[in-house]
Write a protein that binds this ligand. Structure first.
Ligand SMILES: Cc1cc2nc3c(=O)[nH]c(=O)nc-3n(C[C@H](O)[C@H](O)[C@H](O)COP(=O)(O)OP(=O)(O)OC[C@H]3O[C@@H](n4cnc5c(N)ncnc54)[C@H](O)[C@@H]3O)c2cc1C
Length: 277
């Protein structure tokens, strides 16, 4: 069990409080489990989405905080063994920076698409986007038997018990959206998914409005679709995907539809043109 310093705990509290001023409250965790996991299966769901199944004893007791649970994938630098960051630090980036440069692992955030504690497994669905960064590079070459690190995160979906719900995702947030729908999103939730092309579509057990953006900027198709929604504004919105998409939809809801900013959970899962470090 990690031991966090008083300073680390204070930092976490301040960050959580600051976030709660501008966004809907996330589901928090007190202990960020960390362990090494092994790849036990790799399968392509679509030409651009790869499911990797990981196994570790730590998944038997792991408790997700919500359906869109995210975690930090800790990847060894090319050609080096995996060095895990100090688990006693709350801030995993600080812990990674403290390691010698040659051993410093890469870290990227992904969603726990499914958790099977009895099998000690999780499934993670990776959007493959070439060799542009360590996350996609790793996923493109993932093989059974490889070891990488798991660092627990938290989850954002936390709607009120009643009211109209809006869910907006791009391709990187489809795993989270699918997990939310499976966990029981309201039957009348309005759901939008903006993806680069038809090839990114996955099956959903709920009516989803699909929008293909082609070469247009992320958010440029879903924002007008959300703006054109008739009727009263949603009581709660979950908006995740590329940064401009997430902030654009959130801005529209708050500034033009009068939705309380603390009723909009939004997260820039990636940023066009920049690494998510
Ligand atoms: C809470 C959370 C949950 C997430 N869950 C998932 C998930 O389940 N599955 C998933 O695939 N991603 C998920 N992401 C997004 C993922 O972390 C980012 O796409 C991340 O940038 C990938 O890292 P990378 O090393 O491949 O690219 P980076 O090194 O971060 O970026 C390198 C370049 O690639 C570009 N880039 C990054 N992502 C994409 C993309 N998807 N398509 C096109 N260009 C891109 C960047 O703009 C940059 O120019 C999640 C992010 C967060 C914060």
């Amino acid at each position: 069990m990690p031991r966090y310093s008083t300073l680390d705990q204070l930092q976490l509290k301040v960050l959580t409080k600051a976030a709660a001023l501008v966004t809907a409250p996330a589901n928090q965790r007190e202990v960020f489990d960390q362990f090494v996991m092994e790849v036990v299966a790799v399968a392509d769901l679509t030409p651009h989405l790869r499911r990797v199944t990981f196994r570790a004893d730590g998944f038997a007791d792991f408790r997700p905080t919500g359906p869109d649970e995210c975690f930090g994938l800790v990847m060894p630098p090319p050609g080096r063994p995996l060095t895990m960051p100090d688990e006693d630090r709350v801030n995993v980036r600080t812990a990674i920076r403290a390691l010698p440069e040659a051993d410093r692992p890469d870290l990227r955030w992904y969603t726990v698409r499914a958790h099977r504690p009895e099998a000690r497994e999780i499934d993670v669905d990776f959007v493959l986007h070439g060799d542009a960064g360590p996350g996609t590079r790793w996923a493109t070459r993932a093989e059974v038997g490889q070891s990488v690190g798991f660092r627990a995160g938290n989850s954002g979906y936390r709607p009120p018990s009643g009211g109209a719900v809006l869910l907006v995702a791009d391709e990187t947030a489809l795993p989270a959206l699918a997990a939310i729908v499976e966990a029981g999103a309201p039957a009348d939730a309005r759901i939008f998914a903006e993806v680069p092309s038809e090839e990114y579509r996955v099956a959903f057990d709920a009516p989803v409005t699909w929008l293909c953006r082609g070469d247009d900027a992320p958010g440029s198709h879903v924002l007008p679709a959300v703006a054109a929604l008739p009727g009263p504004a949603p009581d709660y919105a979950w908006v995740c995907g590329e940064s401009a998409l997430a902030t654009g939809v959130r801005r529209h809801l708050v500034k033009e539809r009068g939705v309380d900013r603390r009723s909009v959970m939004f997260s820039g899962y990636w940023k066009l043109g920049s690494a998510r470090v």
